[in-house]
Design a protein around this ligand. Structure first.
Ligand code: AMP
Ligand code: ZN
Length: 469
């Protein structure tokens, strides 16, 4: 399997540090509002990587942090005349609800900055002790010139970065690129006690602390949106490698932006849809199908028209899975053997995903498989059980388990509803037959017995319908 590594700027063979374990860290949201579907792309594509690693037999340890203290949270709390804890809990919970609706698997841990203040203070102290950081009247900064290799992820040199980067001007810093590790509390801001006075942690240090605490000094995969390459991830490397004296991350994975009319979807531009609003109109599976049609690293234009088209594309997958499951449950098999090469389709799917998670190619394989399966079913009189077992296994392991394009729990409810409906209609037919035979006693008994279990029949000239009371 190969992954494009932002650090080396090439596709590399994936060799985890301690197989079968794979450690994976994804930068999570700042919880000051509902997240938008652009953030959702990053969360969904990280989930696809994790699911595929699990398909390959790896045991993935997955950590996603929640930034629960930061300027935006403080601003929101002030606007609403409440405290930052109330805001971060409200939107932290909303985040967990929304990612679950997007069928994203739960992380092993969702560490929060405010619950790890002691560890953050410890790492900052270590950085100061080792000469990588300095305190200016309660503000602590990381000195980028002290870290050899600053710029290795973004591929830029310090002097180029100084010229080009949009960074805050601050007289306290030795170098404009130096970044905050600890921010002195301003009047009315929430704070924690520290050796440098009352304050709160900077954003970047949070991720270095959490990944060390939960995943160790070197992690296999670190992922996030490509806007995080600089400065966030560059700074994470500097902090972690300065303290740990070990390579911080083996494979850096960055996701392309979700755009609206070729412009990055973002809160500040106002061109966003919250995941919550989109989920009220479209299924999680349609959103996933839309995202999977583009490689994770490329830009992706978002529109509701594309989502509606995905909803249609999804029907093909869903209907085929339901058909196969229903035939399996009916046990009505024949003895015709299919020549279909299941192994070929499995190999094709794996080759696509092994090639830096090429989901557009993997999808094409799945749709080709579905076309072949359906033509086999329609051409052959009665296929044997093996055919259906293999088809079911293939779609479950690829479309359902890796890509999460269908939810088997929903199907069970759907097919149970279909079964109930068919049973009631059978009883209605039998009652009509009884009436035609002038067996009114039996007809009434059917009506009464159905009523006892909460099903009311309604007769009209055109026949009977029912309602469940
Ligand atoms: P934030 O809450 O802004 O820190 O973003 C959370 C995650 O979403 C980060 O990994 C960002 O890089 C990512 N992200 C933000 N906007 C977009 C976008 N338009 N497309 C894809 N990912 C994004
Ligand atoms: Zn981070």
């Amino acid at each position: 399997m190969q992954i494009f590594n932002t650090l080396t700027k090439k596709k590399e063979d994936f060799v985890p540090i301690n197989p079968p374990e794979v450690t994976m860290y994804v930068c999570g949201p700042t919880v000051y509002d509902f997240f938008h579907i652009g953030n959702g792309r990053t969360f969904i594509m990280s989930d696809i990587i994790r699911r595929y690693l699990e398909y390959k037999g790896y045991k993935v340890k997955y950590v996603m942090n929640l930034t629960d203290i930061d300027d935006k949270i403080i601003r929101k709390a002030n606007e609403e005349h409440t405290d930052t804890k109330e805001i971060s809990e409200r939107y932290g919970n909303a985040f967990l609800e929304d990612i679950s609706k997007l069928k994203i698997k739960k992380a092993d841990v969702y560490p929060k900055a405010t619950e790890n203040i002691n560890d953050i203070i410890k790492m900052i102290s270590d950085l100061i002790d080792e000469g990588y950081a300095y305190n200016v009247s309660g503000n602590v900064f990381f000195n980028v010139n002290k870290f050899n290799g600053y710029g290795k992820l973004s591929g830029k040199k310090i002097d180029e970065l100084e010229a080009g980067a949009r960074i805050e001007i601050n007289d306290e810093k030795t170098n404009p690129l130096d970044f905050s590790l600890w921010k002195k509390a301003k009047e009315g801001e929430p704070f924690w006690e520290s050796p440098w006075g009352k304050g709160r942690p900077g954003w970047h240090i949070e991720c270095s602390v959490m990944s060390l605490k939960y995943l160790g000094k070197t992690i296999d995969i670190h992922a996030g949106g490509s806007d995080l390459i600089f400065p966030h991830h560059e700074n994470e490397i500097a902090q972690s490698e300065a303290v740990n004296k070990n390579q911080f991350v083996k494979y850096w994975v960055h996701f392309g932006f979700l755009n609206i009319q070729n412009e990055k979807m973002s809160k500040s531009l106002g061109n966003f849809f919250t995941a919550r609003d989109i989920l009220n109109k479209y299924s999680a599976e349609a959103i996933r199908l839309l995202f999977l049609q583009t490689h994770y690293a490329g830009p992706l234009n978002f529109s509701e028209e594309l989502l509606s088209a995905s909803e249609k594309g999804l029907e093909k997958i869903k209907n085929t899975i339901i058909k196969i499951k229903e035939i399996r449950e009916s046990h009505k098999f024949g003895n015709e053997i299919s020549e279909l090469d299941f192994h070929y389709f499995k190999k094709q799917f794996e080759e696509a995903m092994d090639d830096d998670f090429n989901t557009p190619r993997a999808l094409a394989v799945i749709f080709d498989f579905i076309k072949n399966i359906n033509s086999e079913i329609s051409q052959k009189e009665k296929l044997d059980e093996q055919f259906y077992i293999k088809a079911d296994d293939y779609l479950t392991s690829t479309a359902v388990n890796v890509l999460a394009l269908a939810d088997l729990n929903n199907f069970k409810n759907e097919s149970r509803n279909n079964l109930e409906d068919a049973l009631i209609k059978t009883l209605i037919d039998l009652r009509i037959k009884a009436k035609n035979d002038k067996n009114y006693q039996l007809a009434d008994e059917i009506r009464n017995r159905l009523k006892e279990i909460g099903i009311e029949l309604m007769d009209s000239k055109t026949g009977s319908t029912y309602k469940i009371c």
